[in-house]
Design a protein around this ligand. Sequence first.
Ligand SMILES: C[S@@+](CC[C@H](N)C(=O)[O-])C[C@H]1O[C@@H](n2cnc3c(N)ncnc32)[C@H](O)[C@@H]1O
Length: 230
Amino acid sequence: MHLYPVEKSVISLNSLLEVDDLTSATTFLDWGGNQGNLLSFDNFPIERSNYTCVDVDEEALNVGAITYPEADFIHYNKFNKVYNQSGNADEAFPTIDTNQDIIFAFSVFTHTDFNEFKETVLWMKDTFTYRKIIISLIGTNSTILLNRFYNARVEREGSSIDIRDLANEPDTNIAYLTDNNTIIRNQMGADGVTCQTFLTMYDTSFVLEQLGGTIQIVHDLEYPFLVIEP
Ligand SMILES: C[S@@+](CC[C@H](N)C(=O)[O-])C[C@H]1O[C@@H](n2cnc3c(N)ncnc32)[C@H](O)[C@@H]1O
């Protein structure tokens, strides 16, 4: 189980509120919402009974369901290299109330491969009645974020491959950083990898070409957020 600390989700919520103040939202789908941390903040205005959290980490969801019994916590048993190594690669998407004003995924597709990101967003667009789908990314040119991740890895592991200049390398639509400090540049390579840490960085123009929407840069950390409206 990876319980995501509540204090870290301050960044998730503050970034989200820069994109939408949520005042006209009633229903909310938190994709990869872990233990439902957003519900712990006074400035998160969604009723608990209108909040749905989907995650691949069943134990984190169970903790959320005990803390917030009015909310809906749904397990999606999809394989993830870090968060659900016993999950199924071809798991069907879960059944969820299709009326979700805001669909939010913070720091989720930064830990999956691009195929999964794309399939999930296409399914979301087809399945839900929504006002906005809002997804956090790390860009291959996200200087502040890459610097932050680089420093964290050096602190944790003693060294790191230099990920701070990805945008100036060839073929940088997608870069997957795995354990052992290996960067993988193609989807097939990333598919075969099981590891404890996995970070995916995208060229934001490539993501826009593939999925549509707009990019908004938010927070002091300059997160690129993909925002898709119907
Ligand atoms: C870094 S945590 C972020 C937690 C939360 N979004 C937040 O900002 O507080 C990443 C979360 O995404 C979940 N996750 C990873 N792959 C997923 C997927 N394919 N579908 C849904 N959740 C996924 C993980 O289990 C984990 O809870």
